[in-house]
Ligand binder design. Structure first.
Ligand SMILES: [Fe+2]
Length: 279
């Protein structure tokens, strides 16, 4: 797996620590300075290389969805083949992570589509298995083609991004219009946008927003880019925020009992998805 992180979980862990409810506001800067060097290196690469051209190129390469045909469960097992340096004895597999998120949503009595959303929201990480570097799969997302918000973590790393010298991309609105709606705003490339396109015909709109924007921390946690929102985005933002704690905090060391819960999830998947999806 190409990139500085020992495992993709290192990025998730860093985001979780940033939004720890016990963290004081003034500790934020200090905290980002204390992130492991590999995490900082990961963001440096992400911010330097996620240009508008790069994103358009990846959208052309992947959004035709002609890589592969897989059912949801098959995709989960495929993602599980992702080998990183995490310790197989103590760290949970990708399937176990997904199950924990879904089970936490289920335990709290949320609708079935939201449980399913929790289960599948990270399956776009299969991009790693197709040779994409870590910085093009995970990481906080942000719009490209307009000025970078200083609410994006490590904004100083954007100085190395070639878009910094494109004046049209450096204004508040850039290539977009006020209130144009997030659907019309191109965000940095990663597992969120990709997965949204794989499932967009099958889930209710709040679930689709949760999948598409769960890593868009500058928007859903920091309030940045609100000037791009339309009425639908404003209506959906609370759902994305409702989903976030399950993404951040539902992971624990406790292994879910896969054999016991698998029949429930197979039925849930069949309720919303065809046997095969285009990836
Ligand atoms: Fe994710």
């Amino acid at each position: 797996m190409e990139g500085p992180l020992q495992s993709l979980d290192q990025w998730d862990d860093f985001v979780q620590s940033r939004y720890d409810a016990n963290r004081k506001e003034e500790e934020f800067r200090q905290h980002t300075a204390e992130a492991p060097p590999v995490v900082r290196e990961f963001y440096r690469l992400n911010h330097a290389h996620q240009t508008r051209d790069f994103v358009q190129q990846k959208r052309r390469a992947y959004l035709s969805l002609d890589k592969r045909r897989m059912g949801i469960w098959e995709a989960m097992e495929y993602l599980n083949t992702l080998v990183d340096d995490s310790d197989p004895d103590t760290d949970l597999t990708q399937i176990e992570h997904l199950m924990q998120t879904a089970e936490a949503i289920r335990r709290d009595g949320h609708p079935r589509w939201m449980v399913l959303t929790g289960l599948i929201h990270d399956l776009g990480k299969v991009l790693c298995l197709w040779g994409e570097p870590q910085w093009a799969v995970v990481g906080d997302t942000f719009p490209v083609g307009c000025a970078w918000s200083d609410k994006i973590v490590y904004p100083e790393y954007f100085s190395a991004n070639p878009d910094a010298s494109v004046p049209a991309y450096q204004t508040r609105l850039g290539v977009y219009e006020e209130g144009c709606g997030l659907d019309n705003v191109v965000t940095s490339w990663g597992h969120d946008e990709y997965m949204y396109h794989v499932v967009k015909n099958y889930l209710p709109m709040p679930g689709l927003y949760m999948i598409r924007y769960h890593s868009f921390y500058p928007w859903h946690q920091e309030g940045a880019y609100s000037y791009f929102m339309d009425a639908q985005d404003r209506e959906m933002l609370p759902w994305v925020q409702k989903f976030n704690p399950y993404d951040l905090y539902s992971k624990s060391a406790e292994r879910p009992n896969l054999e016991q819960i698998r029949p429930y999830y197979e039925q849930l998947i069949a309720e919303f998805f065809p046997a095969e999806l285009r990836w």
